[in-house]
Ligand binder design. Structure first.
Ligand code: 13P
Length: 252
């Protein structure tokens, strides 16, 4: 067993209204109130953050956003939300560089880095996502892709900043497809990421950083994934929308 405390995180993507958010927490909180073995985080859409923060107040469940802008000062950036605003709304974390942002919204390793720095400057925990696409895996490029995403999107962070992030490995081909990476495939990618961390930041940093797995995590496959020494938690999409199902993932 490693000393790293697991982080079980739900990414709701573009699902749920504020009323549905309140309903979720009412059912979810009692099911995880005794779950001290892991940190628990829910990341709803922006419009649901207030409802989530108020419902989660005083509980062991943290609330995070799914993205933040890289400019930390307020300004004329229509449609964007800053990290200080997210922090002021009562959140403690933010997902950065999710593959859906990379795929649909022009997110690059360079913008991932800037958003991560903004999140850190605002006292938020960035959950920085990396992962290869199907054609990249099939052509044997998984490790190259992870190396580039790490080198350009994460490694420019100072050692102090790096110590305050979480990495999420999400193979794009496993997201929302029901095709989960086998625990061994995930473990290989996690080992690769941890060795990149070690080369850049040293052994202690590599042992300390939490690396989550995401991609079709469900109540019936979470245990096998979490049994891998290098997997320190999950970033769960679809299966985090149901309070009972997500609680059983949290309590793997
Ligand atoms: P699914 O769990 O729906 O495959 O989504 C994973 C994900 O993208 C979490 O960020």
């Amino acid at each position: 067993m490693s000393a790293r405390k697991p982080l079980m995180a739900g990414n709701w993507k573009m699902f749920k209204t504020p009323a549905q958010t309140a309903e979720f927490f009412e059912k979810f909180l009692p099911l995880v109130s005794a779950s001290t073995h892991a940190d628990v985080l829910i990341c709803p859409p922006f419009v649901d953050l207030a409802a989530a923060v108020s419902a989660a107040a005083g509980s062991n469940v943290a609330v995070g956003a799914q993205n933040c802008f890289w400019e930390t000062k307020e300004g004329a950036f229509t449609g964007e939300v800053s990290a200080p605003m997210i922090k002021a709304a009562g959140c403690s974390a933010v997902i950065i560089g999710h593959s859906e942002r990379r795929q649909f919204f022009g997110e690059t390793d360079a913008t991932v880095l800037k958003r991560t720095q903004a999140a850190l400057a605002s006292g938020l925990l960035p959950v920085v996502c990396v992962g290869e696409r199907l054609e990249e895996r099939e052509s044997g490029k998984t490790e190259d892709v992870l190396r580039t995403q790490f080198t350009d999107g994460i490694a420019p962070l100072s050692a102090d900043d790096f110590a305050k992030i979480v990495i999420a490995y999400e193979p794009v081909w496993a997201i929302g497809t029901g095709k989960v990476a086998t625990p061994e495939m995930a473990a290989d990618a996690h080992r690769c990421l941890r060795s990149l961390v070690e080369a850049k930041y040293g052994k202690d940093a590599a042992q300390a950083v939490r690396i989550l797995y995401g991609g079709s995590v469900k109540p019936d496959n979470v245990k096998g994934l979490m049994a891998q020494v290098d997997i320190d938690g999950s970033l769960v999409g679809g299966a985090s929308l149901d309070p009972v199902g997500f609680a059983s993932i949290v309590n793997f």
